[in-house]
Design a protein around this ligand. Sequence first.
Ligand code: ATP
Ligand code: MG
Length: 227
Amino acid sequence: MKEPIIKLKNITFSYDKRVVLNSLNFEIYEGDRIGLIGPNGSGKTTLLHIIMGLLKPQSGTVEIFGKIRKKEKDFIEVRQKIGFLFQDSDNQLFCPTVKEDIAFGPLNLGKTKEEAMEIVRKTSQILGIQGLEDRVTYKLSGGEKRLVALATVIAMKPVCFLLDEPSTGLDEDTTEKLLNYLKANTKTLLIVSHDKSFLNKIADKIYLLEQGKIKDLGFHLNKDLPQ
Ligand SMILES: Nc1ncnc2c1ncn2[C@@H]1O[C@H](COP(=O)(O)OP(=O)(O)OP(=O)(O)O)[C@@H](O)[C@H]1O
Ligand SMILES: [Mg+2]
C-alpha cells in the first residue's frame, strides 16, 4: 500500500487550556478528494494550520511526504508542495499589487520574472481576474480577494490542495468556474466548507470534525445526507 501524503497521528491541540483536537488521526492519500465539514469552532481551520506547520500540536505526530515534520525548517517543503488557502484572504495576500501576490510563490520557487508573469497571466485567465492584475490588493472586494488568494495557490501548482472555505463570497458563475478548474486540474484535495452543494460536486468522501476527532461519514452528501 502507498504511503499517505499527509498522516496525522494522535494529534492533541489546545488553545490555552481548551482542547480543540483530541487524539485525532487523519490521513490523505494521493487521489483523495475529501470534503471536511463540522460545526463552527470545531477545529477545522486549526487542523489545516497544524498540517502547514503554522500551529504546533502539544502531542502527536505530523508526517508529510513520508517524513516527520516538527521544526520550522521541516515545513519549507510542505509549504512549497501543498497549496493552502487561508479562511481569511487577508492572511494570504501581502503584496502591494495583485500580480505581485500571484507571482510571489513562483518567484520563490526559482522561476524567472518572465516565467512568473506568464503564470500570472494563465492563472488570472483560469479564474477570470485578468482585469485585476494591476490593482492594489487591499482595495479589492471580499470576493475579488478570495479569487486572488485562490490564484496564489493555483500558481504554485501544488500536488495537494488544502482549501479553507474556498467558495465563500464567490458568485454563482465564479463558483462554477472554480469547480470546473478543480475538477479538471487537481488530483488530491481537502476542502473545508459549510457549502454542501459545493462539496457534493467536488468531493468523493466526506469527513466530519466533531468533539476533537475526525469521523469518516462513509457516504457522499449527495446520496445520503438530508439536504
Ligand atoms: N488564536 C486562538 N486563541 C484561542 N482560541 C482560538 C484561537 N483560534 C481559534 N480558537 C478557538 O478554537 C476553536 C476552533 O477554531 P477553528 O478556527 O479551528 O474552528 P473552525 O472549525 O475552523 O470554525 P469555522 O467553521 O467557524 O471556521 C474555536 O472555539 C475558536 O474560538
Ligand atoms: Mg475555520
